[in-house]
Design a protein around this ligand. Structure first.
Ligand code: AMP
Length: 212
């Protein structure tokens, strides 16, 4: 039985940068993903299907083997833990930085610090490594609002140009990690579908090098 290779992709801005790499590897969705409400797409390679899902769900689908491979931001891998899957390739797209940020010039309070983020595991690890006593507050968006409104002293967030922070009177502080999208593979699939995964990885790898 030749089951299709299933690749989970992160929807949104990462998808726009991922599709050209896949196209260079001979994998193109047969319909326009941006104009469809579907979540599963056939491709020009009859042996490959694409899932288009939230970035935070990609590692989960790949870990459980529902998808054989996935494209995930390093931020998501750090947040949900990438230990159960193979991180094979840095796709060198969607580059940004995971940083702490606070109100410009503001000193941290003595004692317990309030840290807001959607990356609560990363925030916890960051505080633990620095011996910061912290209360971690989970947010789902608009992290910049938290210090302005007094909900938090620090945020842990994605920074690209820094414009969002500056526009809200904040400044980037510590660099936690450089982020880019990674090609991840389910460990069992790597054994069972080794040859086909290897072929796809080689082609995508060549596309990454050609794009440099
Ligand atoms: P910037 O104002 O350019 O620093 O962009 C910051 C905002 O854009 C952040 O709050 C993120 O939500 C989003 N962002 C920028 N780059 C990325 C990326 N590569 N992946 C995910 N979100 C990003």
């Amino acid at each position: 039985m030749n089951q299709p290779l299933i690749i989970a992709l992160t929807k949104g801005r990462i998808l726009k940068e991922t599709l050209p790499l896949l196209a260079a590897a001979g994998i193109e969705p047969v319909e326009d993903i941006s104009k469809s409400r579907k979540l599963i797409f056939d491709t020009t390679d009859p042996a490959v299907q694409l899932l288009v899902i939230r970035g935070s769900d990609v590692p989960t689908y790949v870990k459980h083997g529902v998808a054989d491979m996935g494209v995930s931001g390093k931020d998501m891998l750090l947040e949900v833990g990438g230990a159960d899957l193979y991180e094979l390739l840095d796709l060198e797209i969607s580059k940004c930085r995971l940083m702490t940020a606070g109100i410009k010039g503001a000193a941290l309070p003595q004692g317990r610090v309030k840290v807001a983020s959607k990356f609560t595991n990363i925030a916890k690890r960051y505080c633990a490594e620095r011996g910061l006593q912290a209360e971690i507050i989970k947010l789902y968006g608009a992290m910049e609002l938290a210090p302005i409104m007094g909900l938090a002293d620090l945020i842990v967030d994605i920074v690209d140009t820094g414009n969002t922070l500056r526009a809200n009177g904040m400044e980037p502080l510590d660099l936690i990690a450089d982020v880019s999208s990674r090609l991840v593979v389910n460990k069992a699939a790597m054994k069972m579908k080794h040859q086909r995964i290897e072929q796809v990885v080689e082609k995508i790898s060549a596309a990454v090098v050609a794009k440099r």
